[in-house]
Design a binder for this molecule. Structure first.
Ligand SMILES: [Fe+2]
Ligand SMILES: [Fe+2]
Length: 165
């Protein structure tokens, strides 16, 4: 049985992961408005991953005999100054999420909740991957700068991403 502290912390995390999807879908819309369909495709895969993250917490609470309590979501930002500004906002958001995951892992230790600790290990690793992949895109876009040709190449490259199963 999940402790009530862990249950509410994980319910809160369902909100954060779902908001991540919401924010990334807003970026998908922004990229489409800029005719950057490849970046939109990349971000759409990212948003879908976030819904999977939310579902992992949802399932864990259920499997441990807890109760799901969905929280209200904020309205995400809709416009960014440039593609790189959007990816920088995504990185900043993922750093926030990493902090939340670390807090959850610490809580699992405090509560002596081994099952949650093991489940959260996957997220600790996933956050390393998330921050790394967005950081790489930012440095690629920094190198490209204002080159229209470079942006189109980057757009094509990012469009190759498909949602992971
Ligand atoms: Fe996530
Ligand atoms: Fe990921």
């Amino acid at each position: 049985m999940i402790t009530s502290k862990m249950q509410s912390a994980m319910n809160e995390q369902i909100k954060h992961e779902t908001f991540s999807a919401y924010l990334y879908f807003a970026m998908v819309a922004y990229f489409h408005s800029q005719n950057l369909d490849g970046m939109a495709q990349w971000m759409k895969a990212q948003a879908q991953e976030e819904l999977d993250h939310a579902q992992r917490f949802f399932n864990h609470i259920n499997e441990r005999g807890g109760r799901i309590e969905l929280q209200p979501l904020d309205k995400p930002q809709a416009e960014w100054a440039s593609p790189i500004a959007a990816f920088k906002a995504a990185l900043q958001h993922e750093k926030f999420i990493t902090g939340r995951i670390n807090d959850l892992a610490n809580l699992a230790d405090e509560e002596n909740d081994r099952a949650s600790g093991i489940m959260l290990q996957w997220f600790v690793t996933e956050q390393v991957e998330e921050e790394d992949s967005v950081s790489r895109i930012i440095s690629m876009l920094e190198r490209i700068g204002d080159s229209g040709h470079g942006i189109l190449m980057a757009d094509r490259e990012l469009g190759r991403r498909v949602a992971e199963a």
